[in-house]
Design a protein around this ligand. Structure first.
Ligand code: ZN
Length: 260
């Protein structure tokens, strides 16, 4: 079984004490590649260190997370832009909109999101989109920027069937994570209607651990639980779910893998 974790923050302090074991468990469970979405200027160092330690296995993205966007995101954005000028990244992430906590910096979030979507086009890399309580605006902005060259994932998708179809029609994948294993997520009915061709798998570690680890620290080795859940929902072998979603992920991120 070959799996690809398209979204994991394994560079966060939650993993400092047992990182080697976390990586070992991921490999044993079939994970062959892990994509690391950045958060802000403070996480770039630890992320690049981790990528360097697990070469050809972990692949860094660069970007400013919407929850790290404050009144003046320009300085942080400039730091991200300067990194983009220095080396190749596997994608632009984690970017997007988060209207869940508060709406104070909504305009700044939109500006940062649009700026970073432009980077993805300029550098020809995929994006990893965070859309919490903000899927309609994220879809609207992606549509506005889509000229046929934008590609990426709506990470941790938990929207409606209508939204899933719109995202697919924009050429984007749905990132499916631990939420699919939660009772009453409603995501199971949505995913029953969506082809496997439009899904990639992710953990979002250390967050959103799948059942039976819900509420605990998540790690890439739990990706197989998400794969198994989709397999039982769709009555398709786990091996097939793994093969199709991994093929999708490798195709999406292929430019970074060729450079590796
Ligand atoms: Zn994330």
């Amino acid at each position: 079984m070959m799996l690809v974790d398209t979204h994991a923050h394994l560079f966060l302090p939650e993993f400092t004490t047992d990182l080697d074991q976390v990586m070992e468990r991921a490999k044993v469970s079939g994970v062959e590649h892990i994509f690391l979405p950045n958060i802000d200027e403070n996480t770039v160092g630890p992320m690049l260190e981790l990528e360097n330690r697990y070469r050809d296995f972990c692949h860094a993205m660069i970007g400013l997370h919407p929850c790290s966007v404050g009144e003046n995101p320009e300085v942080s954005l400039e730091i991200m832009a300067s990194w983009l000028g220095k080396r190749t990244f596997s994608g632009i992430g984690e970017i997007g909109l988060d209207y869940h906590r508060d709406l104070t910096y909504r305009d700044q979030q939109i500006l940062a999101f649009e700026t970073q979507l432009d980077w993805a086009k300029r550098y020809d890399v995929p994006v990893s989109i965070h859309s919490r309580d903000a899927i309609p605006d994220c879809i609207r902005l992606v549509r506005k920027k889509q000229d046929g060259s934008l590609r990426g994932v709506f990470h941790c998708f938990s929207g409606s069937l209508q939204q899933a179809l719109e995202i697919n029609s924009l050429g984007f994948f749905l990132g499916i994570g631990g939420v699919i294993t939660f009772k009453n997520s409603g995501l199971d009915q949505v995913l029953a209607e969506i082809p496997l061709d439009s899904m990639v798998l992710e953990t979002d570690a250390p967050y959103l651990a799948p059942v039976p680890f819900r509420g605990k620290r998540n790690e890439s080795g739990y990706l197989s639980l998400i794969c198994d859940k989709i397999s039982s929902l769709r009555q398709v072998e786990s091996l097939e779910v793994a093969a199709i979603t991994s093929k999708n992920a490798l195709h999406l991120f292929k430019s970074s893998l060729n450079n590796a």
